[in-house]
Write a protein that binds this ligand. Sequence first.
Ligand code: ATP
Ligand code: MG
Length: 329
Amino acid sequence: MDVTELARSPLKAAAVTSVSEERTVTEQHVSRETPEWTPIAEEAERAARVLHPDRHGMPRPVHRRLLTVANQKGGVGKTTSTVNLAAALAMHGVRVLVIDLDPQGNASTALGVEHRLGTPSVYEVLLGEIRLAEATVRSTASPNLLCIPATIDLAGAEIELVSMVAREGRLKQALSREALDEIGVDYVFIDCPPSLGLLTVNALVAADEVLIPIQCEYYALEGLGQLLSNIDLVRAHLNTDLHVSTILLTMYDGRTKLADQVTSEVRSHFGPTALRTVIPRSVKVSEAPGYSQTVLSYDPGSRGAMSYVDAAREIAERGATGRIRTDGR
Ligand SMILES: Nc1ncnc2c1ncn2[C@@H]1O[C@H](COP(=O)(O)OP(=O)(O)OP(=O)(O)O)[C@@H](O)[C@H]1O
Ligand SMILES: [Mg+2]
């Protein structure tokens, strides 16, 4: 990142409103008030926190957490949030599995995982042809980060599943305790396609938690009601444990009033379910998948990387206390 741009960035204000406590402590070391403060020092400090996590490891959850990342609206940051949160947790010592449940295969690309036609993938897992472990590969992002890729085969699954027995529960069946024990992960993130079809329903049945990324844009909340009523339906009929545990505001642009309006609307509606950390709109975040990387390895000193680390830490801290539900149930 251009360092002068970093120093002048109006997004700094947004970052300050969204920082976690720990970040505030770090900024006491290198802050505008200290004579050592320079934009480069600040960026270097951020990169050090991302790349040398020993001092800042994240806690493991009290029990394994399965989160479905869903929003039927396209392009809101589902995949970007899935891969970067997963990478942040993994780089900080937590074992994570990402399941790419979108035929576009974007999560597989960002995690540097092969997903050509013929690659063992989530499609064969859904059909019950192979075991979970047989489709699981290690991401280039971290040794702690595993991925089940999606190939283009998955595009047909939505239709093929219709005639199958227990069609909504195929993924749940595959994600049995034994199968996940075999892989040995603390977190499972399922990246959904932008629809409320059978693939998303399978993800909602398989997980306990839903993470909804919301873009800080006009129309952001439109369609959310439909997602929430689908979640209610799944909870009523197929998965009593399902709940929305996490809302993540993405692509926050501090130069616009709109971003603040959306943020306060979401916070007043969802309360503490919404993470304090907000992900800023950042060129680095959007460039990273083009290099088959997460933003954490592509530009660890960027505010995009840091904000995903902060968001992941909030998620990990909730998991470590076991107080994951924020809906009072
Ligand atoms: N914080 C960000 N700053 C800038 N660009 C971003 C940010 N987050 C995501 N993007 C970009 O926005 C686009 C949509 O993001 P992403 O693919 O994560 O959304 P999605 O909800 O998974 O989309 P789809 O519904 O198609 O699966 C991508 O080009 C991505 O690089
Ligand atoms: Mg996506």
